[in-house]
Write a protein that binds this ligand. Sequence first.
Ligand code: TRP
Ligand code: ZN
Length: 895
Amino acid sequence: MRSEQPKMIYLKDYQAPDYLIDETHLTFELFEDHSLVHAQLVMRRNPACAAGDPGNDLPPLVLDGQQLELLALALDGQALTEADYQLSDSHLSLQPKAASFVIDSSVRIHPESNTALEGLYKSGSMFCTQCEAEGFRKITYYLDRPDVMSKFTTTLSAEQHRYPVLLSNGNPIASGPEETAAGKSVRHWATWEDPFMKPAYLFALVAGDLWCVEDSFTTMSQREVALRIYVEPENVDKCQHAMDSLKKSMRWDEETYGREYDLDIFMIVAVNDFNMGAMENKGLNIFNSSCVLAKAETATDAAHQRVEAVVAHEYFHNWSGNRVTCRDWFQLSLKEGFTVFRDAEFSADMNSRTVKRIEDVAYLRTHQFAEDAGPMAHPVRPDAFIEISNFYTLTVYEKGSEVVRMIRTLLGSEGFRKGSDLYFERHDGQAVTCDDFIKAMEDANGVDLSQFKRWYSQGGTPRLAVSEAYDAAAKRYSLTFSQSCPATPGQSEKLPFVIPVELGLLVAQGGELPLRLAGEAAASGTSRVIAICEAEQTVIFEDVAERPLPSLLRGFSAPVKLSFPYNRDQLMFLMQHDSDGFNRWEAGQQLSVQVLQELIGQHQRGEPLVMDQRLIAALRSVLDNQQLDQAMVAEMLSLPGEAFLTEISEVADVEAIHSAREFARLQLAEALYEPLWQRYQDNRDVSRSSTYIAEDQHFARRSLQNIALSYLMLSSKPEVLAACLEQFEACDNMTERLTALAVLINSPFGAEKAKALASFADFFKDNPLVMDQWFSVQAASALPGALARVQQLMQHPAFTLKNPNKVRALIGAFAGQNLVNFHQADGSGYRFLADQVITLNALNPQIASRLLAPLTRWGKYDAARQSLMKAELERILASGELSSDVFEVVSKSLA
Ligand code: TRP
Ligand code: ZN
């Protein structure tokens, strides 16, 4: 907890470090009731700063350190006394006497009672670490900043029988039993050496009773790398998918970016208590077990895909993050935006590219756009923060990835590769900035990206309004683009962005025109990328013999809110004929949005709901199209979510949105009952007669099977209930079982529902990741009474507030996915969430702060809800000693 008012840190105040740490020698003695950390730091004055000052005028050395009990301190072997240094609750300062020196410190820490899961902590019976962003300072006194890179050697010792496995970064160099004066003890030790310079945030250690699954990988230069995934003994049967994903990632990075792995061993450790998805510590990635463990019986298709993506993401960080790291935390997107882009492309290459893009865009537009429109909005490269943990955001990650994607779109794949080659080569071993990344792209391609860089410095989601004009006599078609960007906190005026718009022109027969822009001698291609750089810009197309229909922003070529006055018939035409698969889906979504907004209006005016039959016709033809990828059919059948409909509303009417959407689903279910039933049965037959395979075509098949089931169940027909129960009981995988359970939970069949919930919990009670799913489907159920159910489930023996996965699965799912229940007009949902945030603030500030997000969105709701939400934020603010994490989010939300 903070003792003073937390202070804002600014990018403009960045200064290079006064001192460097060439070598870091760590010794950990791990015990049940405390741990001891001895650090030897071989330091010198930073030559980059020393230039101006004479050698005898050394600045003080200020080391970061929090929650450490200092036991001993020495400078060049001389023990220091309290008179020789200053100690505060966040720093240790002393005056060096020479430009090079060695600091030795010993501290006592308490991993066994660390519930924040930052620094050294225990997850179950195992010791592990999480140092990013500023956790290393809770382990020892250090220059805990990413531009201080050091060579680490680490020795850890622990009781042999409780902790047979002792791991750290790099290569193992020695190990053995601990010798004491009285002879051999029950303890043992191991020493690891990491030959690569790294910042402290990439440090890791693990000690536990772990089993490992082993494999190996031969790199492109024929080096043999040992691959190990360490898990608790009961989970060795759930590692194969992660191992396969790792090997695919290693090959992909060689083939796509020319990047080879650099150590002789690569390790992944799965832990149950983890604040985020995973962490890219050098040679020793630590993962939330939810992002490693996957097998048919316990993990859904979505979970399998998440494991593949996160394994790839962390592996890719070895180059984009570790070999080339960030100068300071304002540059976080340098590694995160780039690495998300890399893992998204990997997933697109391994699975369906269009489906991956649809999923990512739907997620970005629902969640990142909401963040960008709220009180915590910030640029991809923020310029100020109180608590860096609050900036591991959708903006830094997801929008940051879109920014890298736009660079590739503008430069082309080859130009982009030249840029990334230059970036890795030029900055290997360095801590650099987003500007350095851009500079490499510019230098490799001979282009000027200075205006483009506004994507890093300006927050908010740009709007791009497009209008058309057609001159039949001149055969000339023109599109006028006007961009604007709403104000965000601290930024009222925005300058124009460079917006790459990929587009094509469709004609009535369904073909696409060769595109010749005014001034060009000849047409080239039917899909082109046009860079919109001005506030208003007109693009003229020649040789256009009939009025075309534009297909705009293909593949979602820029993270903007595009508007073009399409009517519903035009959208239906695009759904059928656009050559861009993403835009076919997008046309369907826009059609659905128009239809749903009409229904929302009818609901608000108290009129009977009447749905436009064209949506039914459009989706019928999608269902009838046997040529279409089944995953695309499933995506097209998914109506825009309530959270997305909220995001695009001026003032979101929670009840109207829910009622309108449910009405539309029911209409579709009734009108399309026959084709849905057919598609369901065809796919269930295949599932029934084959064993589970975690591959794209099977993901596709099951996604259509499952969305069909969810529609069919709305009919409440006994034959559907029977099918649902058959699927629930007889299937061989979690994808089918969980869908059947979720569909049952939301149905009116009370007895069957209760029975299924009980049998599921009984069967999977010892598998925490499966129990997370069980909590989530109940927390997300829109039926009345959800809050009471959630409160009751918090008493379930499998639930604990100390485990972030449980908090997310139950409380997070309720507040984030169950909008009608969370936003109950009496404010009970808000009060409940604030209570949990206040409790968690003392246990785990990072989780408390993330859980808060739904309350920060008060600006979207009616006056009554706004005041209820703000009152809860005020209550949190007044609740006592707040962590800097929670303080920053609450105070900014109320500002
Ligand atoms: N760098 C991690 C990633 O791959 C993010 C991360 C993991 C993290 N654990 C964390 C960030 C804890 C902050 C706090 O994206
Ligand atoms: Zn990352």
